[in-house]
Design a protein around this ligand. Sequence first.
Ligand code: PRX
Length: 633
Amino acid sequence: MEKPSNTLKKIYHPSKEVKKRANVKDYEPLYQESISNREDFWAKEAKRLEWFRKWDKVLDASNHPFYEWFQGGRINIVHNALDRHQKNATRNKLAIIWEGEPGDLRTFSYHALHREVSRFANVLKSMGARPGEVITIYMPQIPETVIAMLACAKIGAIHSVVYGGFSVEALAERIEDANSRILVTADGGFRRGKAVGLKSIANEAMKRSPTIEVCITVKRTGEECYMENDRDFWYHDLMSMPLACSDCATVETDAEDPLFILYTSGTTGKPKGLVHTHGGYAVYTASTFRYVFDIKPEDRFWCAADPGWVTGHSYMVYGPLINGATMMMYEGAPNHPYPNRWWQMIEKYGINILYTSPTAIRGLMRFGPSWADRHNLSSLRLLGSVGEPINPEAWKWYYEVIGKGRCPIMDTWWQTETGGHMITPLPVIPLKPGSATKPFFGNEMAIVDDRGNEVKTGEEGNLVIKNPWPGMARTILGDPDRFVEKYWEKYSEQKWYLAGDSARKDEDGYYWIIGRIDDVIKVSGYRLGSAEIESALVSHPAVTEAAAIALPDELRGNIIHTTVVLRQGVEAGDKLSEELKAHVEHEIGPIARPAFVVFTDALPKTRSGKIMRRVLKARALGQDTGDLSTLEE
Ligand code: PRX
């Protein structure tokens, strides 16, 4: 038997069958063409979509870094995701197959989805929704989440989906930042056999951020919830009124009009609302979905993410629907009631492509191969991974136990900011476990030092993107200066985008992502900021100062370690430690719950007052704390 280390170094070449059916047979020539004639490449891709008016200019780069794509073009992403499919056989095809955690099943053809979206769009209009206003969506994983997103886009409103696992403060802050007047939520959702309430959290958030005038609630779990007169409405009540008719014109938007904002964590406590557009984002998600997942009309595609994250936006909703694909959606936990739940659904629905995160794979790997082995997984032909580096052991398990050695794994590197895949395999690219392989068409990357010089092959450095691409975020809502400062200032001379990840490139030009270079913490692939966790901690009356760091964890990638300084007279102890963990969970959500709370008299700081997280990390890991000469005390 080969030793594991040798097997993991192996290069996995695509099989003849994979090559034969691939949408792109040969990566290199098309890649070279795409970077030498970038605008031509994207114009050709854009022509696959239907435009109300063709663009005048593919790219306007005159106002760096505020690039504009398909300038002058008129489009609506929903026209491309739904309306245009009504004219052909796709109308009768399944758009969504949804399974609830208790086992209930709902399906929507393209016709049915189009109808429901139109009806809800009319409901939103009856509530006074206007093009350009931000509507917040705080939902579990149910079809109405997708319906609400598409209904907003259809009428030219901007959706801001807040992940259903977030809690009071996180939701309140996002509502307020977007100045949102309408909230769409649900009573709750099912997770691990329990009803998890969302409306109660939404109610508390609405108290903290009073901008919401209308709250529409979907009944999912049936639990009691407080409804306020004149503000709260049930989704099913509104949808049963004559006003919710299925006739609703799709608004023509400018290619550069905002489609959605999505909040993501950065280095300060305030989350950033990244803005994506109707035109460029539609083109970018449609193309990446088509090439990377090699989509065919007969495919059933399952992106096991949450619509509340960018992966859900791009590859559950927009990429698949624009391509007329059938997508699977599942409400609950992967191991409920048993760890074969996913494999059972793959068999039952005949899923061909599965796209998930390394954390989910590691979590299911723990239960051993027998849960997967009892199911027929032969429908699978392609696998995908996203959100964090996939360790070679998990890669191999996914490849062998789930893909039976037949299915290439698309390890896609990208970000909320990029809108879609940036470094990614295509089915025909030979794979190295743990590497996201090569840049997607049109993109040029580099690994550079702090001055912008390319580092040597195999050395670690900052990952930069050297060119604009259609799916790029256009700005941060209400804070263009922060957009410039965060992503474009460091390499302003070269006009490069700073990704915030460190990486290396090997002798074959393959990229290997190492991790974040800033204070962003990835827990189970979810993105959190140290500062967000710290501000949640200091909002507790016992705490005066706090620092949060990431510690490596085999299952979740990272876990959160916090160090707190208590107010004078407050007594440290296990009880308080548990209380603080629960407090962070209540403010941000269960994913932000610290694994450790350590009490201290003072945080290590530089003379200028910056917390030295490096020192805290070394201490927590029992390592040498290194040079402490710059420490304040
Ligand atoms: O650190 C990288 C990691 O996730 C970050 C972006 O997080 P978010 O905006 O939440 O988007 C996640 C889903 C696109 C990146 O800066 N990351 C994402 N994909 C990978 C990855 N790290 C390694 N390999 C990946 N495939």
